[in-house]
Design a protein around this ligand. Structure first.
Ligand code: NDP
Length: 339
């Protein structure tokens, strides 16, 4: 790994820095409050690839005129259990925040409800979309499609985005279960971060220019061809997400993001769906005990841990010690803040 000089920032400093960069990039109060909070959460819990490193991407999306820095989303109830969001060409998280209370109320009333959103930009880490629902006592499942860079099993060109999904579930006497994962072996931002930090990927994640599987982030960034996790199984999940995300919401299919390079590679306009389920409406009063039992079976099993629980130790460490950020990134953000 290259020798990287770093500085430690408190979580408050991370949020203030993010807010200053976003405001200086032209974003309004509401949007910059929402995104700076999420940048801080990503630095705190992970994935750090969606934390401060996302700010230059956000700034570019505003300076190019591609994303709306003052979005005013519209949320419409389409059916008793269906909410539809129009993000007003702004970032997804602003629409999601606006829809959350109504979605929770609908799920409690109907047992299940969904929020689909289009005309919006990059969602970043899905875990922050599902965790608030689990904190409200609901089970949540979220998907979003993104721009094509994942090759289907046996295919020769990318069709799917890195299409992540997230699951969250309340857990009695503990923080909720929350995991989120890309459909690719590795998320694009992690490939970029490995390239910036000068190290190989921990496992084969994509194809090099000769078409061979590779751990070299720079070679993979040249082809932008990532491998699905679990071969055909990951590719099948990516397909599911194209349908539940782009097709249901009316967002852009991953393969149709033709002009992506013009605006910054992450500023896509896919579609997302967030499903909220009220377990108290399904007739098993011992739902919570079942979840506790499954978790106990995982935790008492060699070195296995409940997926996503790694975020809780990162959260505790970051709250106490802050987070280390490369000085090269801080210099870049400082320039953006002053521009
Ligand atoms: P990882 O492979 O790093 O982790 C996937 C999940 O598994 C996490 O919840 C992680 O939580 C958990 N996990 C990791 N190791 C273990 C283990 N040993 N045992 C049990 N659980 C484990 O994530 P990805 O690279 O697939 O995705 C990174 C992020 O990028 C996600 O937040 C995703 O939402 C986001 N993303 C966003 C996209 C977008 O377009 N908006 C596109 C693609 C990805 P933990 O380690 O904390 O326990």
């Amino acid at each position: 790994m290259a020798d990287i000089s770093t500085k430690t920032l408190s979580l408050d400093e991370v949020k203030a820095l993010a807010k200053a960069v976003l405001v200086s990039s032209g974003m309004d109060e509401r949007g910059s409050d929402t995104l700076s909070h999420l940048v801080m959460l990503s630095e705190r819990d992970g994935p750090r690839s969606h934390g401060l490193r996302m700010l230059p991407v956000y700034a570019q999306s505003f300076s190019s005129g591609y994303a709306n820095p003052a979005a005013s989303p519209t949320i419409t109830r389409m059916a008793p259990g269906v909410l539809r969001g129009d993000g007003d060409n702004g970032y997804y998280q602003i629409a999601a925040e606006q829809a959350r209370e109504e979605l929770i109320a609908m799920a409690r009333e109907n047992g299940i409800a969904a929020f689909s959103c289009a005309n919006c930009h990059h969602l970043a880490a899905l875990r922050f979309d599902t965790e608030p629902l689990a904190q409200a006592g609901l089970v949540a499942l979220a998907v979003v499609n993104s721009l094509s860079m994942v090759v289907p099993q046996g295919g020769v060109r990318p069709v799917f985005g890195t299409n992540p999904m997230s699951f969250a579930c309340p857990r009695e006497g503990a923080e909720p279960i929350v995991w989120d994962q890309a459909s690719s072996v590795v998320a694009l931002m992690d490939v970029k971060m490995a390239a910036a930090e000068g190290h190989e990927l921990p496992r084969v994640g994509g194809l090099d220019p000769s078409g061979a599987p590779s751990t070299d982030p720079n070679a993979i960034l040249e082809t932008r061809s990532l491998l699905p996790f679990g071969e055909h199984k990951g590719a099948a999940i990516a397909l599911l997400i194209e349908v539940l995300g782009a097709a249901l919401a009316g967002g852009t299919l991953s393969v149709d993001n033709a002009d992506r390079e013009a605006h910054g590679a992450l500023n896509i306009k896919g579609g997302s769906t967030l499903i909220a389920i009220d377990p108290t409406k399904f007739g098993n009063p011992a739902f919570g005990d079942f979840v506790t039992r499954i978790c106990a079976e995982i935790e008492g099993n060699g070195t296995a841990r409940v997926p996503g629980d790694g975020r809780l130790s990162k959260r505790a460490a970051a709250a106490g010690e802050g987070v280390t950020v490369s000085t090269e990134l801080l210099a870049q953000l400082d320039q953006l803040r002053q521009s």
